[in-house]
Design a binder for this molecule. Structure first.
Ligand code: IDP
Ligand code: MG
Length: 138
């Protein structure tokens, strides 16, 4: 069993596809261990994406991530980190495989609908950034 952090980004919430996205995780064998909807502040988005602080898109990415509500989830299952990344598709929706969330819903490389942790280390940091032990309900 492995856990990963998933975010339905502001564009996904705006497009009204929260249910469709969650259904894709469940149909692919990932369970939900924690879930909440929040509106991140600019500072909270900056802290979450601190690894990208020197990238040219950091300012615009954190503006985007704080412009409206997001859905935060901890997904769990076998190989949850890799499985989630596969279901999400490539960062740039133009390069994403057919049938992936980003291919089907993303607007562009920045507004790409979902986030998923990329390693056990980032999953541990990202889950701890948003959830405490009491909120991990299984
Ligand atoms: P990932 O979300 O597929 O792991 P990362 O390279 O970790 O991709 O980038 C984090 C997020 O930053 C992306 O999901 C996307 O929202 C945004 N991003 C990545 N590359 C670019 C870019 O070249 N221009 C604008 N935004 C970008
Ligand atoms: Mg990443």
């Amino acid at each position: 069993m492995e856990r990963t952090l998933s975010i339905i980004k502001p564009d996904g919430v705006e497009k009204n596809v929260i249910g469709e996205i969650i259904a894709r995780f469940e149909k692919n064998g990932l369970g939900i261990a924690a879930l909440k909807m929040v509106h991140l502040s600019k500072k909270e988005a900056e802290g979450f994406y601190i690894v990208h602080k020197d990238r040219p898109f950091y300012g615009s990415l954190t503006d985007f991530m704080s412009r409206g509500p997001v859905v935060l989830m901890v997904l769990e299952g076998e190989n949850a980190i890799a499985k989630n990344r596969e279901i999400m598709g490539a960062t740039n929706p133009e390069q994403a495989e057919p049938g992936t969330i980003r291919k089907d819903f993303a607007t562009n490389i920045e507004e790409n609908t979902v986030h998923g942790s990329d390693s056990p280390e980032s999953a541990a940091f990202e889950i701890g950034y948003f959830f405490n032990a009491f909120e991990l309900v299984r």
